[in-house]
Design a protein around this ligand. Sequence first.
Ligand SMILES: *[C@@H]1O[C@H](CO)[C@@H](O)[C@H](O)[C@H]1NC(C)=O
Ligand SMILES: *[C@@H]1O[C@H](CO)[C@@H](O)[C@H](O)[C@H]1NC(C)=O
Ligand SMILES: *[C@@H]1O[C@H](CO)[C@@H](O)[C@H](O)[C@H]1NC(C)=O
Ligand SMILES: *[C@@H]1O[C@H](CO)[C@@H](O)[C@H](O)[C@H]1NC(C)=O
Ligand SMILES: *[C@@H]1O[C@H](CO)[C@@H](O)[C@H](O)[C@H]1NC(C)=O
Ligand SMILES: *[C@@H]1O[C@H](CO)[C@@H](O)[C@H](O)[C@H]1NC(C)=O
Length: 535
Amino acid sequence: MKHKFLLLLLAGTSFFLANGVQAQHENIPYQPVTNICQTCLCLSSQDSDHRTHFNLDCSVRNFEHILARWPEEFGSQAIAAGASSEIVVSYSGNRIKLLQQLPATNASLTLSCRHCGLQNLQVPLFMDVPNVEALYLSWNELTDDALVPDLFRGPFGSSRYEPIGLRDLDLSHNRIARLDRRLFEHTPHLTKLNLAYNQLSALDEATAASIGSVTTLQRLDLSHNGLMSLPAQLFPKLTALRILDISGNEFTVVPASLSQLSKSLVQLNLAGNSFLSLKGNSFQGLVSLKRLNISSMPSLRSLEEGALHLPALEELHCSRNSKLERLELVDLINSRNLTQLDLSRNALTTLVLNITSSNNATSNTEPWPRLRRLSISGNPWYCSCELFKTLELSGLSHIERETDGSEARCETPYLLAGSPISNLTAERICKMVIPKKYREVDEEPPRFLRRRYIILTAIIASIVLVIGLVIGFVVVCIRRRLKGSDYGVQPIRYTSVRGSNLSQFSQLQPASVASKFNNVHAGSSSGTTTGAANA
Ligand SMILES: *[C@@H]1O[C@H](CO)[C@@H](O)[C@H](O)[C@H]1NC(C)=O
Ligand SMILES: *[C@@H]1O[C@H](CO)[C@@H](O)[C@H](O)[C@H]1NC(C)=O
Ligand SMILES: *[C@@H]1O[C@H](CO)[C@@H](O)[C@H](O)[C@H]1NC(C)=O
Ligand SMILES: *[C@@H]1O[C@H](CO)[C@@H](O)[C@H](O)[C@H]1NC(C)=O
Ligand SMILES: *[C@@H]1O[C@H](CO)[C@@H](O)[C@H](O)[C@H]1NC(C)=O
Ligand SMILES: *[C@@H]1O[C@H](CO)[C@@H](O)[C@H](O)[C@H]1NC(C)=O
């Protein structure tokens, strides 16, 4: 009895809650449609294939809701016509907190609601819009709770919900931290998924399984999410993935799971991560990779030998790595199809291409016959013979450089500081005698020079020492002599004055009297006279 009552109460509560939520959404009014083309911009056109295009631009109209129906101007025929007509509708820049269920159409639909302040999405969104093609919901306030699997379910078929045609989904710049494991079960055609600028810092098992289930995926953007690693279960089924953006995350090493994309991956963006160096074999197995971006890494110091061993590489963007001092150009020798090489704004001083040590097939021909764009500006180049030989050997010197208007210039040696590299040739640099005093000394100074410096210093020091000693000796001598004449003699003179003259004066009277009396005795010896007088 008690149990039954409890169950009933529970059922009742849940029914009430479910109904309440449903009702809440159903009661929300839609934006009225009458004369909507006076408020929004309505365009329709037909292309050469007799495909009708409808464009409904309701962006920045202070709407709080979407339209309940499609404008009458579009015509009911076209709305029902299926994928032979296309509707592109934008509600971006309004204040639409809840995106309601979309009005029915069989046309292919592209919907944007960017910067809408969206917090919720009505479930199901596309029940009457099976041919939705693209959904752009970036720059909103969507959280994990808004993204439930039923959101994407199509019309109910004979036994199950039909899938929808969604190909392109942009959920970037929202507040998504994890995804439901079954989120994409109704979207078997999804090829492009953008989750950039969310909070997916730890791809937990469900999130990885969710993304990893979209076997049709060709482009995936997980940039700027605070990611530190990619789980191994993310990629095994994504055999069609061609373009991956994981820039602006916190990776310190190239995720090992990337090698699971070996055959399919064509473009990879790793820019703005926290790599210290790229080790050899970092991109092992990525045999199809054509475009690689490893720019804007403030802590990247070196690309070690073997790091860029990418046979299919066509574009390498390695720029704005303010500490990058080492890059092995030899790695790129096997990338025969290289067309663009951007090495600007790093801390590179030289480039070495040791052709003899590499593939001999390239020794007589240019290594990169298709190279069209090269940027090496903004590096502190040491303009050595070696650098210019490398540039000429590799055919890099003939390429039209510096697409952004800044020129590559020498920083050292001082004689060439500031000279544009394009103005110099290997012939000139290799012949040039750089005065020794201008030569770079911090990079292995010649031994003899160092020894000579030491000897010179020693000689100067000893000369100074000898001069000092001589001066000191002379000063001492002079002082001795002065002492000898001033202090050494004078006391003797004093005593003699006291002893003879002064005592003579002080004891004068009796002695003089005596001498006056004994003139003969005083003349022979005054000492005896005084002594006798004193006594
Ligand atoms: C879309 O097509 C189906 C059958 O192809 C049809 O039943 C349905 O009414 C159409 N929907 C609209 C909105 O015209
Ligand atoms: C490389 O990535 C950075 C950061 O995402 C970006 O600013 C830059 O435009 C990219 N370069 C290319 C050529 O895609
Ligand atoms: C270079 O390009 C050619 C033609 O585009 C292609 O056939 C060849 O396979 C490419 N080489 C590599 C190593 O990808
Ligand atoms: C170039 O390669 C040869 C042979 O492998 C080696 O002896 C030489 O030291 C290398 N030179 C440079 C500058 O790496
Ligand atoms: C490259 O070296 C191999 C053997 O070392 C030789 O058989 C081949 O002919 C060389 N190729 C060229 C283009 O010199
Ligand atoms: C390039 O070199 C020439 C002489 O070789 C010189 O007259 C000219 O001023 C240099 N240009 C620049 C921009 O330094």
